[in-house]
Design a protein around this ligand. Structure first.
Ligand SMILES: NC(=O)c1ccc[n+]([C@@H]2O[C@H](COP(=O)([O-])OP(=O)(O)OC[C@H]3O[C@@H](n4cnc5c(N)ncnc54)[C@H](OP(=O)(O)O)[C@@H]3O)[C@@H](O)[C@H]2O)c1
Length: 337
């Protein structure tokens, strides 16, 4: 499986480390033979069609800041688009930064890959929140696969879980705590900390997006909700269809006051007819009242009721595992074709 990896940050590097550590196991157990043909970061790329030595590339990135400084195979300013034109690859893995305004530059990368008949695995919510219905249609028209299980819930198999809940049944409602940073902030406010101090702690712990307003103002939750609504409920919606209210106006007093009634606020994304993100009161005993950086999502089905999955919603290695899961799924489907 020839791979072009776009983005060599926390997730991209975790993926390389996992392939180094578990490559033999993945080959033997899942028949997954991943050959990294090219890796791109913001400084350029490194290309070897025979398959890159990942240890070498990780060392170059660590010591020089960009993969393009690789002494033998590094290239300055060679972009994902140029490499898609030049190289024969089976899969584009997109681990570039999220842009929730227009999904770029990832949206153009994914569109180009699909148009060229290249399968895509992305962990980037931006292009999906912006245009998932159109991208799915393009993939289907071109007969290629577009997978994105790492975009919701990190390593938690949220989308697979939902599809399992829906077998022989029908999901009628989705509600979830989908943003670890907001949840961490509210949880620390329950502990007595002010909003700003809680946010600072979340940033220090590495939970927050580069731009934390995406977390706090509810956009990250909305993007994930859009992905679930498309994939689980078969809706054709984008982030413009979501009514969004964040946690920025919650005060310490609000949070402390409701605790006395054994209730708490959670930033809930909900699809129940319309799509909505807002701080919502829930009982402390509710499965969505998870604490700190945890995520939880409930799927209510018409026959079997409410099912909830919870776990750590982000993290480099967790998200890289979701990419591996998607690659295994693609390998299986290509084998069946
Ligand atoms: N980290 C998580 O826990 C997590 C969980 C779920 C989903 N995600 C998503 O996964 C994606 C990657 O996250 P991350 O934490 O790995 O981010 P990150 O550490 O900021 O890494 C982003 C990488 O993309 C590279 N890049 C930037 N612009 C590029 C371009 N135009 N072409 C090619 N590469 C480019 C950056 O290059 P430089 O190295 O040169 O800066 C960097 O290597 C994001 O969309 C994020 O929302 C992350």
């Amino acid at each position: 499986m020839r791979v072009l990896l776009a983005g060599f940050g926390v997730v991209g590097r975790s993926l390389a480390e996992i392939v180094i550590e578990h490559g033999d196991y993945l080959r033997k157990l899942n028949g997954l033979n991943i050959r990294f043909t090219a890796i791109v970061d913001s400084g350029g790329s490194v290309v070897d069609e025979r398959g890159l030595n990942l240890n070498e590339v990780l060392n170059v990135k660590k010591n020089s800041g960009s993969v393009s400084f690789h002494p033998q195979f590094g290239r300055k300013n060679a972009s994902v688009l140029e490499l898609l034109d030049e190289l024969e690859v089976d899969i584009l893995i997109d681990a570039t930064p999220t842009n929730l305004v227009d999904g770029e530059p990832s949206y153009t990368y994914i569109k180009k890959a699909l148009t060229l008949g290249v399968n895509v695995v992305t962990v980037n919510k931006g292009p999906l929140a912006y245009a998932l219905p159109a991208l799915k249609e393009l993939a289907s028209y071109k007969g290629v696969l577009l997978r994105f299980s790492g975009t919701v819930g990190g390593g938690m198999p949220v989308i697979d879980f939902a599809k399992q809940c829906a077998k022989g049944d029908r999901v009628v409602k989705i509600e979830g705590v989908l943003n670890g940073t907001s949840n961490y902030i509210i949880s620390r406010m329950e502990d007595g900390l002010e909003f700003e101090d809680s946010l600072r702690e979340a940033q220090e712990k590495g939970y927050a997006e580069r731009d934390p307003s995406l977390d706090i103002k509810g956009y990250d939750t909305a993007a994930k909700l859009v992905i679930l609504a498309n994939e689980v409920l078969g809706m054709a919606v984008t982030i413009k269809d979501v009514s969004i209210k964040g946690i920025e106006n919650l005060t310490l007093k609000d949070v402390q006051e409701v605790l006395k009634q054994r209730k708490t606020y959670r930033l809930i994304g909900k699809v129940d007819g319309g799509l909505k993100v807002e701080p919502t009161l829930v009982d402390l005993a509710d499965p969505l009242a998870v604490r700190y950086a945890m995520n939880a999502v409930s799927f209510t089905t018409s026959l079997s009721g409410r099912h909830t999955i919870s776990g750590k919603g982000a993290g480099g290695r967790e998200t890289a595992i979701a990419i591996i899961r998607d690659l295994i799924e693609i390998k299986k489907k290509l084998g069946e074709a």
